[in-house]
Design a protein around this ligand. Structure first.
Ligand SMILES: [Fe+2]
Ligand SMILES: [Fe+2]
Length: 152
């Protein structure tokens, strides 16, 4: 079943780490483009998404390794699985399969918010805890709350 097609950035996706949040904003834009771009422009979007995902996942993977983030194996494994799926879809797109790209958009729209809200938030929490002995403060429109993310 198709996911909600109004997939857009919202403050519920903030994790409180500025660099990660900036990268996540870019990921959201490209996932949406994966659904909305006409067939002729999809190769460019797919390439951009794959490059961004490699850079972003690599960034998070390095942060987890450098800071001995305890559940990093599971998180790094999830990144690797998603990259493998993206690469496989890119190869199928090169053979003319447009439908598989739209299905990837469905899957990423479901996967990304859950990944951010559980695994990436836990990483941001861990980084802030190490740096300041405190939880990150995450300011969201309409509410000001201390992040209550607990590592899985
Ligand atoms: Fe992640
Ligand atoms: Fe992330």
């Amino acid at each position: 079943m198709a996911a909600d097609h109004s997939f857009i950035w919202h403050d519920g996706l903030l994790v409180g780490h500025p660099d990660i949040d900036d990268e996540h904003r870019q990921v959201v834009v490209l996932i949406r483009a994966l659904r909305e771009t006409p067939a002729g422009g999809l190769a460019e979007v797919m390439e951009a998404l794959l490059r961004l995902a490699q850079a972003h996942f690599g960034h998070e993977d390095r942060l987890m390794e450098e800071r001995d983030f305890p559940p990093r194996k599971c998180h790094i494994g999830e990144h690797a699985a998603v990259l493998a799926s993206m690469s496989a879809v890119k190869a199928r797109l090169e053979r003319g399969d447009i439908a598989v790209v739209r299905r990837l958009a469905d899957e990423l729209e479901r996967w990304f918010p859950a990944h951010v809200q559980h695994l990436d938030s836990a990483l941001a929490h861990w980084i802030w805890k190490q740096a300041a002995g405190a939880k990150p403060l995450v300011f969201r429109r309409g509410a000001v709350t201390a992040s209550a993310v607990v590592p899985a």
